[in-house]
Ligand binder design. Structure first.
Ligand SMILES: Cc1ncc(COP(=O)(O)O)c(C=O)c1O
Length: 359
């Protein structure tokens, strides 16, 4: 059976060697006589898997020693609530930058716990730009400043790290973690769902600086407490064991590819090629300011929207799958995370050129 190029925004493609290794180890993980799915999370086999996975993530992201690395459940969406629950620390306000649908979701959830000051918003340009830093209004009395480093739906990505002054900087890195180098030391907290660049859904990585651990509101449920999860090494409740294992295999694969430095170069090449093809065509258009175009999610529209259906159907026939844009914005979107090979992007570009020629 031929595998397709899957441009889904997440869950998304996994590296083929990861799937193959999981297949090989499915019934008998390295002589243990059982599948990883069947192991006790407290047993020596799984403890070894968990430790290796965590150490690999720390190595790949160069996480400084004064950060806790947690592997939690309920998605990045749970973090929208857990962050204010855990780090408001008695303050009544938090600042959020709104660069698209995911920032908007984070803002809505945080509003249940505190006053949200929108420090800057790209809404007036339909989220095709990142507001200039000089125009951001950050309240130094707020508990933290939150932003989304890559907007998965709108295809807007930060190319540098905003200055939060003395406030802890909090970042939703769900759709670009491990795709580019980033200095974790600038952050108070970062979080990311696994299902784009790290593995299957069901695990959320939270990397939180020590001084922000232990500040949770009194009524915070135990499983939502960074302090309690850190103390229990993310095993306060039964973890998503198989997903941790697959996350670990994906990290091993990334290390084998040369780590974040090497994958970043590949991601730059992939994105540049695709944007160039879009910009050179008269049928396709990407609406995002070139200064903040995402390397991970490339939205584009066809000049004649009546061709959308034919485009998607014909792409599917060529093994180029899940190219429809998010239902809230329409058009097309190619998600080209770490596991999307360059050949997949090249196949898409070739198809797009051929479609333009024939329509
Ligand atoms: C940037 C971003 N943040 C948050 C989420 C929500 O993640 P989850 O579905 O894991 O809660 C997504 C999902 O696509 C996302 O792309």
């Amino acid at each position: 059976m031929a595998r397709i190029y899957n441009f889904s925004a997440g869950p998304s493609m996994l590296p083929e060697p990861v799937l193959q290794q999981a297949q090989q180890e499915m019934l008998d993980w390295r002589g243990s006589g059982m599948s990883v799915m069947e192991m006790s999370h407290r047993g020596p086999h799984f403890m070894a898997i968990a430790e290796q996975m965590k150490n690999d993530l720390i190595e790949l992201l160069a996480v400084p020693a004064n950060y806790r690395v947690l592997f939690l459940q309920a998605g990045a969406s749970a973090q929208f609530a857990m962050i204010p629950q855990n780090i408001l620390n008695g303050k009544t306000k938090a600042c959020y930058v709104n660069t698209g649908a995911w920032s908007t979701a984070a803002i809505k959830e945080a509003g249940k716990y505190c006053e949200v000051q929108v420090a800057a918003s790209g809404e007036s340009t339909a989220f095709t730009t990142i507001p200039a830093y000089a125009d951001w209004r950050v309240d130094p009395a707020a508990a933290y400043l939150h932003y989304t480093s890559n907007e998965t739906i709108h295809g807007v990505e930060f190319n540098d790290i905003p200055d939060a002054g003395d406030l802890p900087l909090v970042c939703d890195m769900s759709s670009n973690i491990l795709s580019r180098r980033v200095d974790i030391g600038h952050y108070g907290l970062i979080y990311a769902g696994a299902q784009k660049n790290m593995g299957p859904s069901g695990v959320t990585v939270v990397i939180v600086r020590d001084d922000l651990v232990g500040l949770e509101a009194k009524n915070t449920p135990a499983v939502f407490s960074y302090a309690q999860q850190a103390k229990a090494d993310s095993m306060l409740n039964t973890p998503a064991t198989y997903n941790w294992y697959l996350l670990g295999l994906t990290l091993q694969w990334l290390k084998g590819e040369g780590g974040v430095v090497a994958i970043e170069q590949r991601n730059i090449r992939k994105a540049n090629k695709l944007y160039q093809a879009i910009d050179d065509s008269s049928l396709y258009r990407n609406p995002v300011d070139p200064a903040c175009r995402s390397r991970m999610n490339v939205p584009f529209v066809l000049a004649d929207a009546t061709l959308d259906k034919a485009f998607l159907e014909q792409a599917e026939q060529q093994g180029l799958s899940t190219l429809a844009g998010h239902r809230s914005v329409g058009g097309m979107r190619a998600s080209i995370y770490n596991a999307m090979p360059e050949a997949g992007v090249e196949a898409l570009i070739e198809f797009m050129a051929e479609f333009e020629r024939t329509h």
